[in-house]
Design a protein around this ligand. Structure first.
Ligand code: SAJ
Length: 423
């Protein structure tokens, strides 16, 4: 039986791009989300996520009739689960949405169907959690119902391109399941498709993000060491990266987003050997505290100070504030009695009041850059100089050109860059 129809569970950052890509590649797709307002909006061709190219594709897919959105699953040849796996307060994976999605499709499963889990999950989730739920369908797993774990590995901001062009790992619970899942992905994936087992595929996904998190921790640690020794960490990274086998990452105000700041904990929860991974998470989670400490030092002597935060998304050019280090930085500053004004050209909803650009900068004592949106690279310091009370900038993302700001009389500090020129 060839796969013609697909039911995608969860229409978020991964589910919606996947559903619309499948729909524009010949599949009949039903996208399911339990949030009725998301379903209503997509049905009108409107999307709730900022992602280059996604809007156009969703509109085309809905208009052609190949993508339908519903609040309940329907029968299909294949089911893709792309629901969130948040972190609990105990730093463990909350699998309630995966469990609910698997249970919701169970009544619609038929002989020959394929079920794919794409949500990032701790090792053994597919075999220990998903398979037992699906077994209750009465179908023989691996023979009548095929099951695979196929991690999404696309970079927010470049999802539509990477969804098609990245290599794809497929981890079937048996070979028949892997082959069945490959049949689906090879219809739209242009990168290589590599087959493995389900638990290895889960671990591959976690290790990719953990690799990045550990590397960022190393660079953040270097930034702290360099600040204490009056060294320029950014220059050291630049020079070290000229070595053919070194790839140090960039220091910053912390690691955010729903991937790097979460996934390593899924390994930590499974094994006491994950000590380096655990420590890296702690180092990165402490960066907002370091930023706020620097803010306090810079503002010393200024009465009733006001900080203008530019950029609250977890990284540049996205609208996503999940796990953003900016949220911790803002909360800590407010706790210290610092007045905070917030501006982000990408973010529409946030737990702290958002200001217009002018409002955010008026009478400011410190401009604090926390996300490297492209817009900030083109800021005109001469205009900002007229709005602010003190011409001071702390750029935690190394996204401004310091000379330009210094020429306009700003005192600019860049996280990771030494404050004095080494002799
Ligand atoms: N960051 C640094 N320094 C760096 C790189 C990133 O501080 O050198 C920070 C960013 O500012 C951000 C966080 O790390 O706060 C994460 O950003 P990111 O661009 O590294 O990654 P994500 O979370 O947007 O997407 C990652 C990607 N994983 C890898 O590159 C290995 C993506 O391919 C995954 O699909 C995605 O996680 C996911 O969904 O798991």
């Amino acid at each position: 039986m060839t796969i013609k129809s697909v039911c995608v569970l969860g229409l978020g950052y991964i589910g919606l791009p996947t559903a619309s890509t499948l729909a524009t590649n010949g599949f009949t797709v039903v996208g399911v989300d339990t949030n009725e307002s998301i379903v209503g909006a997509i049905d009108l061709g409107l999307i709730h996520i900022e992602e280059p190219g996604l809007n156009t594709m969703v509109k085309a897919a809905v208009k052609s009739g190949q993508l339908m959105v519903k609040s309940k699953p329907e029968e299909a040849d294949a089911f893709i689960i792309a629901v969130p796996t948040p972190l609990t307060a105990e730093k463990k994976a909350d699998l309630q949405y995966v469990i609910a999605a698997a249970e919701s499709i169970r009544p619609y499963l038929r002989k020959g169907n394929l079920v794919i889990l794409e949500s990032t999950s701790p090792p053994r989730t597919t075999v220990d959690i998903l398979v037992p739920i699906l077994t209750d369908s009465g179908l023989e797993i691996g023979e009548e119902l095929f099951v695979a774990y196929c991690p999404e590995r696309v970079l927010p901001g470049n999802i539509m391109h990477e969804l098609v062009n990245n290599n794809r790992i497929i981890g079937g619970i048996n070979e028949k399941s892997s082959l069945k899942a490959r049949e689906l992905y090879q219809k739209f994936v242009q990168g290589s498709i590599i087959l493995t087992d389900a638990t290895s595929a889960e671990m591959v996904k976690l290790m990719e993000n953990t690799y990045r998190d550990v590397n960022i921790a190393l660079s953040n640690e270097l930034a702290l060491i360099s600040a204490a020794l009056n060294l320029d960490a950014l220059e050291i990274i630049r020079l070290a990266n000229m070595h053919p086998r070194v790839k140090l990452h960039k220091p910053g105000p912390g690691v955010g987003g729903h991937c790097l700041s979460v996934d390593p904990w899924f390994i930590v929860e499974k094994s006491p050997y994950a000590r380096l991974i655990n420590l890296s998470r702690i180092i990165n989670d402490n960066m907002p505290m370091y930023v706020v400490k620097r803010v306090g030092e810079i503002l010393e002597g200024i009465e009733s100070p006001q900080v203008s935060v530019l950029g609250i998304a977890y990284k540049g050019n996205v609208d996503d504030t999940r796990e953003s280090p900016a949220t911790t930085v803002i909360r800590l500053m407010q706790q210290q009695g610092i007045r905070v004004r917030v501006y982000d050209p990408h973010v529409r909803n946030y737990e702290v009041e958002l200001n217009s650009f002018e409002q955010a900068l008026e009478n400011s004592d410190l401009i604090l850059i926390l996300a490297d949106h492209d817009e900030f690279k083109y800021l005109a310091p001469e205009e900002l100089g007229r709005l602010v009370r003190h011409k001071i900038v702390l750029d935690t993302k190394n996204c401004l050109k310091p000379e330009k700001w210094e020429q306009e009389g700003f005192n600019i500090e860049v996280l990771g860059r030494s404050k004095t020129t080494p002799e």
